[in-house]
Write a protein that binds this ligand. Sequence first.
Ligand SMILES: [Zn+2]
Length: 255
Amino acid sequence: MFKTLRILILLLVLLTVAGTTWLGRWQAQSWKRPQVVTLYPINAGGDAATEAYLDRLDESAFAGLEPYFKEQAARYGVALSQPVRIVLGRRVRALPPPVPRDGSVLSAISWSLRMRWWAWRETPPSSPVPDVRLFLMYHPTDFASALPHSTGLEKGRLGLVHVFASRSQAGPNQVVIAHEALHTFGATDKYDPITLMPRFPDGYAEPQAEPRLPQARAELMAGRVPLRENEARIPADLTETLIGPVTALEIGWVK
Ligand SMILES: [Zn+2]
């Protein structure tokens, strides 16, 4: 009797989890109302220059994002006048759990769970209620090495985005923010994980172009503009990127 009851309860829990995941995905990809993407700035290294930059940070540093999503969505016939709404949330003082370096599947799963738990505890209240939460890790422009890898999670609909604390970097910063935001809508990367080169054809903004290289723009989920067979550059801002048809299909812009 008890055993049957336990199995029933377990089944109910599993069904609820599956249902919530499905509902979340359906909501994220139905594009019936604007999706609220809230940005939470964090001073990653705790330095004074970044602190001063964040004290003055306002929405104008993200002004390119909403029109970009509107323009790209319209290309695929999404009728919403504002598919994505960007909200600048309050600063978060706590640091997220460090991303594991070993790259194993198990540590990635464990980090994703700890990250979701951390986000659940540390997200400051804001209005409107966010659909997607992106935690922006700000680094000084003289940051010694390459920025850590940014991550966007579809499950939990949140992301950890590494950006530069400088007005002059507003362009590239917004490219990274848009890229990670799309991961939370179900988009996948379109570059080779080893070489970081955009994959042909889905990682190319204009795969039909003749000659194929150099390309003028980047596919957003490939992240780079292919120049030569083994050379690609980071786009200067969102106007040098577009959302390709495979990504549009993944995020529900094309049915
Ligand atoms: Zn990515």
